[in-house]
Design a binder for this molecule. Structure first.
Ligand SMILES: Nc1ncnc2c1ncn2[C@@H]1O[C@H](COP(=O)(O)OP(=O)(O)OP(=O)(O)O)[C@@H](O)[C@H]1O
Length: 259
């Protein structure tokens, strides 16, 4: 089968079972899927398990091939992973870090690696940061470099953990439209997002995680309902449409100001 299948994913830390036989629906090329759910629901753990960065039970296949049985370099060419935050303490400048990510997929002549990494940074509007040390960058700048690292190998599957969390409005749109474009070219995009307004706007499908399992799957209209949001987040929410038809989620209740 073409696409991503993740079945029976089980992860435990010590005696604590964080994912308990979680199944994802088959994810087809061309789609942007958002993973949502409360803090500690297991979203990052699931992304890391799919990327084979987290020991787990269960099976993950991409276009019918078991990712766990693939050589690391072959897998790196197929899968791009953007972590929630880049590891601190790197002594690299941005361009070097993007070149290092590119080379994780295999050796390449220096000039070609330079040109490929620079082209990706230009496309993302961060060419001016190429020679800046990662350690001297703002959170948002680092997040854009992290995206460049994730896409520079031109992977078929892109896994992104809260990719917009440090970005301003304009860069959120830039990043999400880039993800939509990459999906449109036949890639599979899976992103963790807490911002349900962004999820409603950009996702083809939302997977709502709760208590280590898939609680609901569907289009934004199907998943962002007051009943499901109450079950999963314990909030009283209103779901309304703006004049252009887009869904908006508004939180009511004792902790929220009226609007
Ligand atoms: N390395 C680890 N060791 C022990 N427990 C861990 C480890 N990584 C994650 N956990 C636990 O697994 C659970 C799920 O964590 P995870 O980071 O996957 O949640 P999340 O849904 O991404 O949360 P958030 O929205 O807060 O980022 C949490 O209770 C967390 O404490």
């Amino acid at each position: 089968m073409r696409g991503l299948l993740a079945r029976g994913i089980h992860v435990r830390f010590g005696t604590r079972h964080v994912l308990e036989g979680l199944d994802l629906p088959p994810l087809a090329p061309g789609e942007v899927t958002v993973l949502a759910g409360p803090n500690a629901a297991g979203k990052s753990t699931l992304l890391r398990a799919i990327a084979q960065l987290q020991p787990h039970r269960g099976e993950v296949t991409l276009d019918g091939e078991n990712l766990a049985r693939m050589a690391a370099q072959a897998r790196a060419r197929l899968v791009g992973f953007m972590p929630q935050t880049l590891p601190a303490g790197s002594s690299l400048v941005a361009l070097e870090s993007v070149i290092a990510a590119l080379r994780a997929g295999g050796a390449m002549p220096a000039a070609q690696a330079d040109a490929t990494a620079m082209a990706v940074m230009e496309k993302l509007g961060i060419a001016a940061l190429a020679l800046e040390p990662l350690s001297a960058m703002s959170g948002g700048q680092r997040q854009m470099v992290s995206l460049a690292q994730a896409i520079v190998r031109d992977p078929r599957l892109l896994l992104l953990d809260e990719p917009t969390s440090a970005l301003d409005m304009a860069r959120q749109v830039r990043l999400l439209s880039e993800l939509r474009r990459l999906a449109g070219e036949g890639r599979i995009v899976v992103a963790v997002l807490h911002d349900l307004a962004l999820a409603a706007q950009w996702a083809d499908r939302i997977v709502l995680l709760h208590d280590g399992r898939t609680h609901a799957v569907g289009t934004p209209e199907e998943v962002l309902t007051p009943a499901l949001l109450a079950e999963v987040y314990g909030v009283t929410a209103r779901v309304e449409r703006c004049s252009r038809g887009r869904i908006m989620v508004l939180i009511d209740g004792e902790h929220a100001p009226a609007c």
